[in-house]
Design a protein around this ligand. Structure first.
Ligand code: A6N
Ligand code: ZN
Length: 261
């Protein structure tokens, strides 16, 4: 997908950028259980991912992206809170330097060691990711919390490839990976709210769908995430890729809906 274009020209991310003009719906947020509102009209999520659309893994200097061919409707998301059909463009993670923190969203202030984002764009309304990324109702991102536990067999194929993309701007072919193996068993229980990208350009184009059930990965699998580098091979000082998460943003009157009571 074309999301490879935008990020690497962005300014260094982790110095919190100045207030986004009109930043009324920024992400991530803390999800307060007692303030979220059950919405019985929320439907089950429908994901149809074709592993043959998986193309490559790329270290973009902020995270590693697993990128999918989004030129056809082969890997899609619909249902849930969505009115339209969205195409999978890429997925990536955010994590900490240790297992105490790393997720972007929190649940009653509880931090997870990492968070998966599956990024989709509205193919019913737009022709390309880069159009959708700056548009109302342009993107739908599924967030899945990671917690430390047993080894995640499906993730291991990805983890084994990470040493090949240790440095910023490295790319390696990565095929036949079905990202539905990274979804929790129950995809009917989620929170949803109107938000933004959590990295530049921070555009307020995202319908967030945060799964209630985390997935389990092993301590060692997370350690391989932390072996990646923010820096390219040419740079003298190598910086470990850790703490690549944005701090929680003000809710500003938004309501978080839940698909479960
Ligand atoms: N962390 S997150 O899931 O919220 C998330 C998800 C996707 C993101 O893409 C940024 C981006 C923008 N562009 C772009 C390309 C061409 C023109 C204009 C913009 N490319 N990538 C950032 C954060
Ligand atoms: Zn993300």
């Amino acid at each position: 997908c074309s999301s490879r274009v935008g990020l690497s020209q962005m300014h260094p991310m982790w110095q919190e950028p100045l207030e986004v003009p009109g930043g009324e719906r920024q992400s991530p947020i803390d999800i307060s259980l007692r303030k979220s509102v059950f919405d019985p009209n929320l439907k089950p999520l429908v994901t149809q991912y074709d592993p043959r659309t998986c193309q490559q893994i790329w270290n973009n200097g902020y995270s590693f992206l697993v990128e999918y061919d989004d030129t056809t409707d082969k890997s899609t998301l619909r249902g849930g809170p969505l009115e339209d059909q969205f195409r999978l463009c890429q997925f990536h993670f955010h994590w900490g330097e240790n297992n105490s923190w790393g997720s972007e969203h929190t649940v009653d202030r509880h931090l997870y060691p990492a968070e998966l984002h599956l990024v989709h764009w509205n193919a019913d309304k737009y022709a390309l990711f880069e159009e959708a990324v700056v548009a109302e109702n342009g993107l739908a991102v599924i967030g899945v919390f990671l917690k430390v536990g047993k080894t995640h067999e499906g993730l291991q194929k990805l983890v084994d490839t990470l040493p090949a993309v240790r440095h910023k701007d490295s790319v390696v072919e990565f095929t036949k990976f079905d990202p539905s193996c990274l979804l929790p068993e129950s995809t009917n229980e989620y929170w949803t709210y109107a938000g933004s990208l959590t990295t530049p350009p921070l555009t307020e184009a995202v319908t967030w769908i945060i799964m209630k059930q985390p997935i389990e990965v092993s301590h060692d699998q997370l350690a391989v995430f932390r072996s990646l580098l923010f820096t390219s091979a040419e740079e003298e000082v190598q910086k470990s890729m850790v703490n690549n998460f944005r701090v929680q943003q003000p809710l500003k009157g938004r309501t978080v809906r839940s698909s479960f009571t």
